[in-house]
Design a protein. Structure first.
Length: 338
């Protein structure tokens, strides 16, 4: 047997070092001035000088069991974008500009090809978000994960001027509620999706439609929302993730007001129609975004200005308004599953 080594236990430090070198090569494309963060014990990020009374905003998240779909299809170049999106889309709800992002990857055994694809997606997500990948951690954990299994988590740091924080107290009666389209499932409800695929015995590798839809990366709304916030065009907003539109809208509605939403106005996509064939409408609404990736609450007079900021495929549209009441949310009618 000979002398024991870390490598014999299943941990290959040499492979980990190769991965760090790869990150160092691709990351400076985003910000060459701060590439020295990679490999340090901790990362340093400057707060932009333009902020007079900056408030730090933080968020952490993962991509859930969407990872299992990536494993099944052996496609890992999009879930890194998902990871960034799930974090930064929460930051902007407070009006915060994303500054820094860190990732944590835990895996059974380091697979450089797989990890390079994941991190390339993270870099892409950071570029879209305008934030810096400042570091992270990769943990090789034999015995904790099954062969080829892994998990990823992200942590984002943002900053906002104290007086510019988007608060639910800004929401007033007769404000409009606008839906910003999702680009599909984003990264929620995948345990239910996987259960459905197994129960229907779907051959995912042969289904071109599902292969494309299930690994489509989550839409990142940073640029549009921050532009709206800079022009004082929104009162509040909500990232529509787990729990669907009702549970997430509740979080940004003050007491004594209600978000009244007409479900028939929601514009869904083909993937949700496919899911609706096997899942009740009630379950769909509380599990998936159903076509609404983000919601914004605005003054009626700002409607045209808000719409014009978005590209054609993501132009927001009115789905409801703020009324008096103590229920926080009131959903009525039914979604038209196009």
């Amino acid at each position: 047997m000979g002398k024991l080594t870390y490598k014999k236990s299943g941990v290959n430090i040499n492979e980990a070092d190769k991965f760090v070198k790869f990150i160092s090569k691709i990351r400076p494309k985003l910000n060459r001035q701060r590439s020295s963060n990679i490999g340090a014990f901790a990362s340093i990020t400057e707060i932009p000088n333009k902020f007079k009374k900056p408030v730090i905003v933080t968020s952490t998240d993962g991509v859930g069991t969407k990872i299992e779909i990536a494993n099944k299809l052996k496609k890992f170049d999009t879930i890194g974008v998902d990871l960034v999106a799930m974090c930064v889309n929460d930051l902007i709800v407070q009006g915060a500009k994303p500054l820094a992002f860190l990732d944590y990857i835990s895996i059974n055994k380091i697979n450089l090809k797989k990890l390079k694809h994941i991190v390339s997606g993270i870099v892409k997500g950071c570029k879209i978000s305008g934030c810096e990948l400042v570091g992270g951690e990769t943990a090789e954990m034999p015995g904790t994960y099954e062969l080829n299994k892994f998990d990823i988590a992200g942590f984002a740091v943002g900053v906002v001027e104290r007086e510019k924080i988007l608060k639910k107290e800004n929401v007033k009666k007769n404000n409009l509620i606008l839906a910003i389209p999702s680009n599909g499932l984003h990264s929620n409800g995948y345990s239910l999706i996987r259960f459905l695929l197994e129960s229907k015995k779907v051959n995912l590798k042969r289904n071109k439609f599902l292969k494309k839809e299930l690994l489509k990366p989550t839409k990142i709304y940073v640029q549009e929302i921050l532009k709206l916030a800079s022009k004082n065009l929104i009162n509040s907003c909500a990232n529509i993730t787990g729990g669907g539109i009702e549970e997430n809208i509740k979080r940004v509605i003050p007491n004594n007001l209600t978000a009244e939403i007409d479900l028939k106005k929601i514009k869904t996509q083909k993937i949700f129609k496919w899911l609706r064939k096997s899942i009740s409408e009630k379950e769909m609404i509380k599990t998936f975004n159903c076509g609404v990736g983000f919601c914004i609450i605005i003054k009626p007079q700002n409607l045209n200005k808000v719409i014009n900021i978005f590209k054609k495929e993501y132009k927001p549209y009115v789905i409801g308004k703020i009324i008096s009441g103590n229920k926080k949310t009131k959903l009525y009618s039914k979604i038209q599953w196009i």
